[in-house]
Design a protein around this ligand. Structure first.
Ligand code: SF4
Ligand code: SF4
Length: 343
């Protein structure tokens, strides 16, 4: 029985694909074409309205909190003074538009001087906001993560009955986008077991979404392989062929010493004011001093500039440690690793 399983595995293309991806990862790291050191992420909501099977949110390691516009304004001003141009409003786990001030928050970011503002959203609660104002707020890109256009996929993958609310939001967003000739890029990113063909055959796609598809409104290829959130999400949590990434070079940490991860050069602020390197992945140490990517809490400093200045050496140590044997435990376990080679 086990022999048969192994035989089938080796007959399949899987091992070669993993090997190919691993070699590519190690020997062909991305160049720093996007200036990562100019990117900051700020989380203004750690609350979500669904519990996706591939996301750490449902494990409940963090409190549920919303950031107020006044706190956000102080942060963005300081971030722009530090030279940050790109703002990512995607929470590591949470939904931006569950903050009722989300549109005002984007406007504040634009007024503060950010050149590019983008965010991932599950799109469900968009209809609670003034979408005309959102599309004129200064946001450049909205990426909508969804499990497929159908009620069943919401129940299976997002574990919530939210399809109707999602369709209401998306139909409204696309209509207003067209009506005002908005130049905001809208990307649909499926996280599912479905193929792109199946997604494009669904009723909602055929009757609504397809009417608005153009160069700046499009659907990406579905994502079916998910990183494990540093080992917190297991293959058994996923369904119907969705898999966790077990790419060896990303999973065996000594291989990662060759190149640092591009994400260690970005910085993020959590809704409770904790400032972290990377800030796209965490484990159960989040919110404690044991979190290896934690730098300091903004509320213990005058502003972000002071926090960075006083922790300059610590940040440098954390970054250089990636390749000199002192890689953070979180990074050792993280398959979201993306090697970078600076020119
Ligand atoms: S919508 Fe986003 S934050 Fe919420 S559970 Fe899904 S992946 Fe996590
Ligand atoms: S390895 Fe993972 S946790 Fe570490 S910086 Fe990269 S993405 Fe972040």
């Amino acid at each position: 029985m086990i022999e048969n399983k192994l035989l089938n595995y080796f007959k399949s293309e899987q091992p070669y694909r993993f090997l190919g991806k691993s070699i590519k990862n190690l020997f062909f790291p991305v160049k720093d074409e996007i200036n990562v050191t100019k990117t900051i992420s700020i989380e203004v909501s750690s609350i979500c309205d669904v519990k996706c099977i591939f996301c750490i949110y449902h494990l409940g390691y963090r409190g549920e909190k919303i950031m107020m516009p006044e706190e956000f304004r102080k942060l963005t001003k300081s971030a722009v003074n530090l030279g940050y141009d790109y703002l990512d409003l995607t929470p590591p786990s949470g939904e931006l538009f569950l903050n009722k001030n989300a549109v005002e928050i984007v406007k504040i970011a634009k007024d503060s001087g950010f050149k590019h503002i983008g965010a991932y959203t599950n799109g469900i609660s968009l209809h609670n906001h003034n979408l005309d104002e959102l599309l004129r707020s200064g946001i450049n890109v909205i990426i909508i993560s969804f499990p497929g256009f159908g009620k069943t996929f919401y129940q299976e993958i997002c574990r919530a009955d939210k399809f109707e609310e999602f369709t209401e939001s998306i139909a409204l967003l696309l209509e207003i986008h067209k009506k005002i000739n908005s130049q905001v890029i809208i990307i649909f990113e499926p996280r599912t077991y479905l193929s792109i063909k199946q997604i494009k055959e669904s009723d909602f796609y055929c009757k609504i979404v397809s009417k608005f598809i153009k160069d700046i409104v499009f659907v990406r290829e579905p994502l079916r392989v998910f990183d494990s959130w540093c080992g917190e999400i297991k293959g058994k949590n996923l369904v119907k062929g969705m898999r966790v990434d077990i790419n060896p070079i990303k999973s065996i940490h000594p291989f990662k010493n060759a190149y640092p991860c591009i994400r260690i050069f970005t910085m993020g602020v959590l809704v409770n004011g904790d400032v972290r390197l990377c800030n796209c992945r965490y484990d159960k140490t989040i919110g404690t001093e044991k979190d290896p990517l934690f730098i300091g809490n903004i509320y213990n400093y005058k502003d972000l500039e002071e926090l960075i200045k006083e922790n300059d050496e610590k940040i440098e140590r954390m970054r250089s440690g990636f390749c000199n044997g002192k890689m953070a435990v979180l990074c050792k376990k993280c398959p979201f690793y993306r090697p970078v080679k600076f020119s």
